[in-house]
Design a protein around this ligand. Structure first.
Ligand code: ATP
Ligand code: MG
Length: 270
């Protein structure tokens, strides 16, 4: 199934029978003709080339593609962490390019959750303090029951008093996941959120993201190289050379792998 034959009405998607209703088709984030160019002249790199894509509310989207295809750049531009060169990037109805620094900082803090490897934890704070930091900064109180559930799920209950340098890489990653989920943001962007985890903790985190989409209407967009991880998503968007080259609904690990192979073959023969 390609983009052109994918049902435009989400009712055509068997997964629309999920318990969360009322979001059908509403975009939590949207890129329109979004381009991102780094550098100038000979060193110029077109990292994103007129990308148009909707990330619908209460949908879990995986972004896949070869190294250098623009996945991280797309996450950064959509999350307001990097400027865009042309086109538009929206979170809900808010056009990111229209925002001055202060408003953009507020939007990132109040409406977006991040699970980025580059988003380091603060070394002087313990795990729990790192998890609640965005809410502490915003002056909001965490929903205690939800916070406990998040902490249990990522398996950090006995590490809450540890500082990042007393945690393994995978545990630090779990703190980052818990931090993103704790405030129930409008949308969560993850750049290989389970990349540092062993397969069991990875599966737990992915299952948790999956459930937060199904049960709470959380919107999640996640970059991954792993077809098994992508199969937790409702949809996979494939990038190559800064463009969207394919789009797959209801992925399984096998169908993702198949699609990756046929895209590879297409690239080799073109
Ligand atoms: N700050 C930057 N300055 C110049 N070029 C950059 C910068 N960031 C990324 N690029 C280039 O933009 C392109 C897309 O990079 P990006 O990091 O988005 O790829 P990716 O798909 O996330 O790759 P990977 O799977 O390796 O993480 C690459 O060619 C990269 O070299
Ligand atoms: Mg990347």
């Amino acid at each position: 199934m390609t983009t052109s034959t994918r049902p435009q009405n989400p009712a055509g998607d068997p997964r629309s029978a999920a318990p969360v209703q009322g979001y059908a088709g509403v975009a939590a984030a949207r890129a329109t003709e979004l381009s991102k160019v780094y550098g100038q002249g000979e060193t110029q790199v077109v990292a994103l080339d007129r990308i148009t894509v909707d990330f619908r509310q209460a949908e879990f989207t995986a972004i896949m593609g070869p190294s250098g295809s623009g996945k991280s750049t797309l996450m950064h531009c959509m999350a307001g962490l990097d400027s865009i060169s042309q086109g538009s990037a929206r979170i809900g109805d808010t056009e990111l390019t229209s925002l001055k620094d202060k408003k953009l900082t507020q939007l990132r803090r109040d409406r977006i959750g991040f699970i980025f490897q580059a988003f380091n934890l603060l070394p002087t704070l313990n795990a729990l303090e790192n998890i609640t930091l965005p809410m502490d900064i915003a002056g909001t109180k965490p929903d205690r029951a939800w916070l406990d559930r998040v902490i249990q799920t990522v398996g950090l209950a006995d590490r809450l008093k540890h500082r990042p340098n007393q945690l393994s890489g995978g545990q630090q990653q779990r703190v980052a996941v818990a931090r993103a989920l704790a405030a129930k943001p409008e949308i969560i962007f993850g750049d290989e959120p389970t990349g540092n985890l062993d397969s069991r903790s990875g599966a737990e985190v992915l299952g948790f993201l999956r459930n937060s989409v199904r049960e709470l209407g959380q919107t999640v967009v996640m970059v991954t190289h792993d077809p098994v991880a992508a199969a937790y998503a409702d949809r996979v968007v494939f990038l190559a050379d800064g463009r969207i080259v394919d789009d797959l609904m209801g992925p399984t690990a096998d169908s993702v792998l198949e699609r990756m192979k046929s895209l590879d073959a297409r690239v080799r023969t073109s």
